[in-house]
Design a protein around this ligand. Structure first.
Ligand code: URP
Ligand code: ZN
Ligand code: ZN
Length: 476
């Protein structure tokens, strides 16, 4: 089936122009003006922007964590993502020490393949690194196309890895062509501060933030960046929340190191005072790293604008307030960390970023899509509007106004941390490989239509032909 999107304003990370997009067999076959084709479906996009589909580089769908499992799975999570203008996500595959990596990857394939309505890929957690793990990594890259490894510097006695593990991962990644991602907080010192707080009877949600001060995020970020320099490797710092971490990334980059940084919508628009909300409502705002003092928001926006931070992840890891977050009613350490963000990631960046003049329209596309495609080996199959790229497209009305609410969102969680926030602009229709997933704000996709995507090595680009071959292979 041929589709022609007519008269939209096409926006990429570099250009803005009015034109038509011709879609054939799921890919963009031409971009130009006044196309005509027999039996083509014509989509009128007058007055609308056409963006490349959003790429969310950071999600935790149906993930066991904090004594429970994150609420949104690959069904509700990908449907909500599509409503929000995201057409590809990369989820974190957790591993267990001593178990074959392939077991963990198979578990993640099993949860996703019949449910996802948009395309997806996986990052792989590295919790230990020894000869056995090292021998498995080339297969992870070649067979699975997983070209990013995640190391946690926090969550002591759960996910936390030591510096030797981080360093060995950086060295291996350099050799194999992978990007190392870190959750950068000093888990050992957090452990000390947490024990002290609990001993002193400080159990409320705000102590989650008080026991994870920004110095500990800055310190871990700087340490990871320095180890990256020593290994001559590449690093991506997830969920950057504060000035201390931005400074470390900027310093590393100023020395020419390959250090990249991601922030999340919650750090751009919410602040630490939310954790003090009465009736345990503060638990809704428990993330690691925690929300920070409000002035950090300007630092993060400026870092996105100046390119010191490059991407926006949702860090989607949702839990119900009733029945999950309240596991920590008497002890903040038992509040599951995370929140439902996937649906509002793109809209918040547009409304608070573009509409309020903090970033340009092209920067918006770069931050919400293109840069993640480039860093994580998806470009140019994903992340742009170009001949041969997948027709993952968002038709976006910049003029609509809406209010975010749990009553109308499509995520499974029973609250929305942005409840009541006014938003300008919204996706009207969303296409994944040329097929509607959202049409006129209604879900019309199909469970299982989302495909697993193998990614290119760090710094390499798959040719369009290789991308198509990889996609055909993943279908069979
Ligand atoms: O609080 C958070 N960020 N939850 C998800 C897990 C992680 O650390 O990314
Ligand atoms: Zn994290
Ligand atoms: Zn995360």
């Amino acid at each position: 089936m041929i589709k022609i999107i007519k008269d939209g304003i096409i926006v990429t990370a570099t250009d803005t122009y009015s034109g038509d997009i011709l879609i054939k067999d799921g890919v963009i076959s031409a971009v130009g003006k006044d196309f005509e084709a027999e039996n083509a479906e014509i989509i009128d996009a007058k007055g609308k922007y056409i963006f490349p589909g959003g790429i969310d580089p950071h999600t935790h769908l149906e993930m066991p964590f904090g004594g429970t499992v994150s609420k949104d799975d690959f069904e509700t999570g990908t449907i909500a993502a599509a409503f929000g203008g995201t057409t590809t996500l990369i989820d974190f595959c957790l591993t267990n020490k001593g178990e074959p990596l392939q077991n963990a990857i198979d578990t993640w394939h099993a949860k996703s393949k019949d449910k996802a309505v948009i395309d997806y890929s996986f990052h792989l957690m590295i919790g230990e690194i020894n000869q056995e793990v090292l021998l498995q990594l080339p297969k992870v890259i070649e067979k699975e196309g997983i070209t990013s490894f995640k190391v946690f510097m926090a969550y002591k006695n759960v996910f936390q890895a030591d510096d030797e593990t981080l360093f060995r991962t950086l060295v291996a990644a350099k050799e194999l062509g992978a990007l190392v991602m870190v959750h950068a907080e000093n888990g050992d010192v957090i452990e000390y501060l947490t024990e002290k707080a609990l001993k002193e009877g400080n159990t409320e949600p705000i102590y989650h933030a008080k026991t994870r001060p920004p110095e500990l995020e800055g310190e871990a970020t700087g340490r990871a960046a320095k180890l990256t320099g020593l290994a001559d490797s590449q690093l991506y710092v997830v969920h950057v929340s504060c000035a201390e971490a931005v400074e470390q990334i900027a310093e590393a980059r100023s020395k020419g190191l390959n250090v990249w940084g991601e922030t999340c919508p919650q750090y751009l628009v919410l602040d630490q005072s939310y954790l003090e909300r009465p009736n345990f409502e503060g638990a809704k705002y428990v993330w690691s790293p925690p929300l920070r003092e409000k002035w950090n928001q300007d630092v993060l926006w400026n870092a996105l604008k100046s390119g010191q931070l490059q991407t926006l992840g949702s860090d989607q890891c949702s839990f119900d307030f009733n029945g999950q977050k309240d596991l920590g009613r008497n002890d903040f350490t038992k509040i599951p960390n995370g929140g439902p963000i996937i649906e509002d990631r793109v809209s918040i960046l547009f409304s608070e970023g573009v509409d309020k003049g903090r970033i340009t329209l092209n920067q918006f596309v770069d931050i919400m899509s293109t840069r993640s495609a480039k860093l994580f080996g998806l470009y140019p199959q994903k992340g742009t509007i170009a001949v041969g790229s997948d027709a993952d497209l968002v038709i976006f009305d910049p003029k609509t106004e809406r209010v975010i609410s749990e009553q109308t969102h499509h995520m499974a969680a029973d609250y929305n941390p942005f409840e009541g926030m006014k938003i300008k602009g919204e996706p009207v229709s969303v296409l994944s490989r040329g097929e509607y997933v959202i049409k006129d704000k209604q879900f019309v996709g199909k469970l299982g239509n989302g495909k697993y995507i193998k990614r290119a090595k760090y710094g390499k680009q798959l040719s369009i032909e290789e991308s198509v071959e990889a996609l055909q292979a993943s279908k069979s």
